[in-house]
Design a protein around this ligand. Sequence first.
Ligand code: UD1
Ligand code: CA
Length: 455
Amino acid sequence: MLAVAVLAAGKGTRMKSDLPKVLQPLAGATLVERVLASCERLDPQRRLLIVGHQAQRVERSLSHHGGLEFVLQEPQNGTGHAVQQLLGPLAGFEGELLVLNGDVPLLRSETLEHLLERHRSSGAAVTLLTARLTDPTGYGRVFADGSGAVSAIVEHRDCSAEQRANPLINAGIYVFDWKRLAEVLPRLTSDNDQGELYLTDTVALLQPAMHLEVEDADEINGINDRLQLAQCEGVLQERLRRHWMREGVTFVDPATCTLSDGTRFGRDVIVQPQCHFRGRVAVGEGCRIGPGCLIEDSAIGNGVELLYSVLRDVTVEDGAVVGPFAQLRAGAHIGKGARIGNFVEVKNSQLGAGVKANHLSYLGDADLGANVNVGAGTITANYDGVRKHRTVIGAASKTGANSVLVAPISLGERVTVAAGSTLTENVPSGALAFGRARQVNKLDWVGPAAAGADR
Ligand code: UD1
Ligand code: CA
């Protein structure tokens, strides 16, 4: 039997934030979500989250995660005190307890599996994850012999100068034999610089204690301040980009692009500099993205070209070309081979295959059939001040420059709208619609200036 407990009750004073530390975002997920994800593969029977500082906010943020048991730690008197709160909920539990610090978000599942295996095969009372750091400042130091047996952990602030020279640090990740831990938890004292109960002090009370050193020290980066948050973001981004480069994506200038866990690419995509992918984004094969795109929660087909554009919550079908400087907003669906040009905004609209909207337009709440040609400056006036209304434009229609289509309005197929028209009435298929004053030419007109000069 395996139980996992995540320590997430601390305030995170060093972040200087109104947000509890474990809710800080990292590549699109909160720290605590990342920590929970790292142990999913272990398939634990119990998952407990120790909450305290802004407990309700932390709980609410995880409401979509099923099967979590929230345990309140009030007040927050240290990591040992946090785990003491499990004595009730885990009374009678037999098996291992994996303890994870809520602020160590880069752990790989494989590393946790490895830790668990090591613990089970060695028969230790506790096995903890360690790393050897060139700059171990701030971390607890682990004192161990050559066989991997740990005698004690001493927090940085409680270390002597000599002890501080020890580069082996505690990652804050432990597997305990729960029954044995439960026996020693009540014996913790707050005899340390912070006057708190330290979980690390259980190690000296639990023998044999073993450690497992991680190969990639990046994995155990703890986040206490914004600098470490930025470092971890860098590590995660690097992991994501490397993964996709191995899968056949070209990044012209990788360091300038950011990805989310939910980003997927087909082969032979070329990502130009300064492109950012957030949430769930699927990009098909052979696309050319950027430079300068922001894409969030969207599906992009094959062979699509995007240039200096912002896309959120949209679908772009195969072969479409978007940008430069287009904004596609929620519910925009761009059909096959369509072209969306500069300063065109599309929202909640279906654009059929081959639609061209190349310049300076707003298409909101509209349905455009195949091959509609949207003239420069065409606007769908969708809002009457209270409600939004739809505009329908049939296939192969063409709107002239500066047309305003006042919704609700429906244009049939093969309609032509004269330039500068403001249309408020439906137009049947095949018609030419004018909605503007007729031009008047006054011949041989003498303007006031010239007239005055005559007098
Ligand atoms: C802790 C370890 C240190 C280790 C480091 C790794 C202890 C005493 N020290 O130090 O050896 O090198 O992590 O990152 O454990 N928390 C609670 N309740 C509390 C206090 C903290 O739930 O009362 C939670 C925090 O929200 C956080 C985690 O425990 O997620 C670690 O707390 P933090 O104060 O950051 O410990 P460190 O000083 O980093
Ligand atoms: Ca920490």
